[in-house]
Design a protein around this ligand. Structure first.
Ligand code: SF4
Length: 357
């Protein structure tokens, strides 16, 4: 592992970047990339050589919408056992979080994976709802569980999302000028390199899939800088030790078997076409939105606001940095988070406060 943290190699790459006399802005869409960028102090080093890197909508907890949080809280109030990943319990809905609901006596449990939720359902008679969040990295495990005939009292509230349509939305919205995209290594191990190609072909944007060690990221930046210098726009793969062109075909097949694409909004974004996944008709008995349609009816047509003063939406679109939010580190802290970007360990605000200061 330490050869991916070699200081001398990092200095050589930085010198090469400096010689290129750059003034470029890149975006990544991954909490782990943000962690590497800030934790290893790469951000200021890259800025010195003319490279600014923004974090886009790459934190699955952060992009979950207030409506989805209200849905799962309502199901908790209606007596279901709610199972979620740890960070989700503290994400504020319009007024409350799942943690607040739990302290009122509702059954909200933290699980480490969907298998834990299925196990709970096997042992209990009550309905168990799993909040399925995450991108292509976690979707196959949800699909795999649903293909293994879980018990009848188990269901999934699918909040899964796909990354390429969100990248397309950012480029189409045109709010922020980007010279290149650093694509997420984890997602790419599943989908491979090809699903990004249309972005280079249609929008002329250079792309590099990068790993998560400091030298992965620096090398990814260097590869993008070379494309930009050569006026190229293609998909390159820095993370060859794990990402294959074809991805993980078995995982993709499972995803396609269980889910179908639908239009969904992301926090801070309008509805993004074909960016969400819902369960196919064949699996509707496990679809919490169908199974509990009547109980969720009271949310129909309601608009849910972002927490007051929170600028997560702009952070997730790369418009502002976390420390440009007036609440950052004062009113909003990991102990008292106002928005999801401060809750999640993959959120830009949480990472910046943890390491940036
Ligand atoms: S600092 Fe807090 S309030 Fe501001 S954008 Fe981040 S999470 Fe939202």
């Amino acid at each position: 592992m330490f050869r991916f943290r070699d200081k001398r190699t990092a200095e050589i790459i930085l010198k090469k970047l400096k010689r290129m006399d750059l003034n470029i802005r890149l975006m990544h869409v991954c909490g782990t990339h943000q962690d590497t960028l800030i934790r290893f102090g790469l951000d200021p080093l890259l800025k010195k050589v003319g490279v600014e890197i923004k974090q886009g909508p790459g934190c699955p907890v952060c992009v979950t919408t207030p409506r989805e949080i209200e849905e799962i809280m309502l199901l908790a109030k209606k007596g279901k056992i709610i199972t979620v990943f740890g960070d989700m319990v503290n994400v504020p809905g319009e007024k409350h979080s799942l943690q607040d609901i739990r302290s009122q006596g509702h059954d909200v449990r933290i699980v480490y994976g969907i298998e834990d939720a299925v196990n709970i359902a096997q042992k209990k008679k009550k309905e168990v709802v799993f909040m399925g969040i995450g991108f292509e990295t976690t979707i196959p495990s949800t699909a795999s569980s649903l293909l293994s005939s879980p018990p009848e009292n188990f269901s999934v509230l699918s909040c899964h999302r796909l990354m390429p349509p969100a990248l397309k939305a950012i480029l189409e919205m045109g709010e922020i000028h980007l010279d290149g995209l650093i694509e997420p290594g984890h997602v790419s191990t599943i989908i491979g390199t090809e699903p990004y190609r249309f972005l280079s072909d249609e929008y002329g944007i250079p792309q590099v899939i990068a790993g998560f060690e400091p030298l992965d990221l620096l090398m990814g930046v260097y590869m993008l800088a070379r494309q930009i210098e050569n006026k190229e726009a293609k998909v390159e793969n820095e993370y060859t030790r794990l990402v294959k062109k074809e991805g993980n075909e078995k995982a993709v097949k499972m995803m396609k078997e269980v889910f179908e694409e639908h239009d969904v909004s992301w926090r801070g974004f309008p509805v993004i076409p074909n960016s969400g996944l819902q369960l196919k008709k064949r699996f509707e008995e496990y679809d919490a939105r169908k199974k509990f349609e009547d109980e969720l009816l009271e949310l129909k047509g309601k608009e849910f606001k972002e927490p007051e003063g929170c600028r997560c939406g702009e952070v997730l679109r790369g418009i502002i940095s976390s420390d440009e939010c007036p609440l950052f580190g004062t009113v909003c802290t990991p102990q008292n988070p106002v928005g999801p970007c401060m809750v999640s360990s993959e959120g830009s605000c949480n990472i910046m406060l943890k390491y940036g200061k």
